[in-house]
Ligand binder design. Structure first.
Ligand code: TYD
Ligand code: MG
Length: 456
């Protein structure tokens, strides 16, 4: 007979223990164990004895009957998904509370329902009246969307299993679901794992797209076991800070398309609007005359995006000068500062340094190094970056500026937005005629731009 036991499961990695302890031995997380009731039926049995059935193999050239992808009708959402929803796939959407997860899903489902797709939206967090009110505000009044408020996994699966399976099901959120055969509270590791598993196998069985909303923990990861991210086909994160109206939907895992593809949205009174030209939006308040600001020609996924990088460098009398970064990696900033000190003799070690990527975008490309260096030196020298000029290039520890991918796409986007100059690593042939390209081979060349008469 199954024996009821209490076990302690790590909310970060899913490891389980018999006794509570402060630190998880598996992942090293502190205070991550939570108490769960688990049904344990003695030692696990071996496979010996009964024979299984044969697995059939196919070769790669077997023709496949691929169902066409389902477009949500929100182009930026489809782009982040790598070109629409794949039937039978499971997608997890994470993000801070209030960032707009429910809004975007309601908008997408509403639009698809209007186009005649069978869509189901199940909320475990809000009442139907609340969702209806929001739908009205989003201009989706009268959309034939099937709305439900339910948290019982059994009831949800029973309903979905009846008749023709729907095309798309949204579960908002996976942490509110409750499977009655698991004896722990909703939101715990075992509940989330079981509910997600059941819904994913429903998706695979019936060819329905299942979209799961996942809450995030205070350090920004999807709450519940990390295995949740392994179980689904696609993981999307909704980012942006609530002080800005921009929202960025980023794919961090995608079995059916590229990752790091982003969709850009703007939160308005009537829901999320797509932003088809993000560069123009990110540069809207850019003032080229200000020292300490440089425009970086970056690549997000498959598309070029121009963003402004702002820096403030000020002499400090503190023993440990302050370093603060928003939207970029702090370690990478330390590296650029060290290279500028060691290879160009700038003496930034005694300065407070603040760096900010305008618009709430998070940049991960190393190609931003040169733009960051330009913003820093510009602030230090109180000289603006040359007019209408974009900057990109990777800085190596030796002080060389390295080539980056997709130079042509970066320069073309810059030309499209009215830029006429570029500070770049050495390129073979300037692919864009309207841009005057200037080669920065070493960080010293960049410093010479801002201090033409040598360092003071
Ligand atoms: P919501 O989608 O409920 O966030 P999540 O599901 O990620 O927690 O978004 C809620 C926020 O969005 C809320 O703070 C108000 C704002 N909002 C608007 O500004 N305009 C709108 O039309 C809607 C629906 C929401
Ligand atoms: Mg919500």
């Amino acid at each position: 007979m199954a024996k009821k036991l209490t076990s302690y499961t790590c909310t970060a990695c899913g490891a389980s223990y018999v006794r509570w302890q402060g630190k998880c031995d598996e992942c090293g997380g502190w205070n991550t164990l939570s108490e769960e009731k688990a049904a344990v039926s003695g030692a696990p049995k071996g496979l010996s004895g009964k024979k299984g059935s044969r697995v059939s193999f196919v070769s790669l050239d077997t023709p496949l009957d691929e169902a066409p992808r389902l477009m949500t009708g929100i182009a930026e959402f489809d782009r982040a998904l790598g070109g629409g929803l794949v039937p039978g796939s499971a997608i997890l959407i994470g993000g801070d509370p209030g960032i707009g997860k429910s809004t975007i899903l309601l908008q997408a489902m509403g639009k698809m329902a209007i186009k005649g797709e069978d869509c189901v939206y199940i909320s475990g967090e809000e009442a139907t009246a609340q969702i209806q009110m929001r739908a009205n505000r989003l201009g989706l009044k009268g959309a034939p969307l099937k709305l439900g408020c339910e948290t019982s996994l059994r009831d949800i699966l029973t309903t979905l299993d009846e008749g023709k399976p729907p095309r798309v099901v949204v579960i908002d959120s996976i942490q509110t679901l409750f499977a009655d055969h698991v004896e722990s509270a909703p939101g715990t590791v075992s509940q989330v794992r079981v509910c997600a598993h059941e819904l994913i196998s429903f998706a695979k069985r019936k060819g329905t797209v299942v979209l799961l909303v996942g809450h995030v923990t205070k350090d920004g990861q999807i709450a519940g076991p990390r295995v949740l991210e392994h179980m689904v086909d696609t993981v999307l994160y909704f980012e942006g800070d609530r002080g800005h109206q921009f929202r960025i939907l980023r794919a961090v895992k995608n079995r059916f398309g590229g990752t790091d593809e982003i969709g850009v949205f703007e939160m308005t009174g009537a829901g999320l609007n797509e932003v088809t030209n993000p560069s123009a939006l990110f540069l809207a308040d850019h003032n080229a005359r200000e020292p300490g600001s440089a425009v970086f020609a970056g690549i997000e996924g498959s598309r070029p995006v121009l963003v402004e990088i702002q820096a403030l460098v000020a002499r400090s009398s503190a023993a440990n000068p302050r370093r603060a970064v928003v939207g970029w990696d702090g370690g990478r900033l330390a590296m650029v500062l060290a290279v500028l000190d060691a290879r160009a003799g700038l003496g930034l070690a005694g300065c407070d340094v603040y760096l900010n990527v305008a618009g709430g975008l998070k940049i991960t490309e190393p190609a931003a190094d040169l733009a960051v260096a330009a913003a820093l030196i510009s602030s230090l020298s109180q000289t603006p970056v040359p007019d209408e000029t974009v900057v990109f290039g990777e800085i190596s520890l030796s002080g060389d500026v390295r080539n980056v991918s997709q130079t042509e796409a970066r320069l073309k986007e810059s030309a499209k937005l009215g830029f006429s100059g570029a500070l770049t690593p050495k390129v073979k042939k300037n692919p864009v005629k309207t841009i005057k390209q200037q080669t920065i081979a070493r960080v010293g060349d960049l410093v010479a731009q801002f201090f033409p008469h040598g360092l003071p």
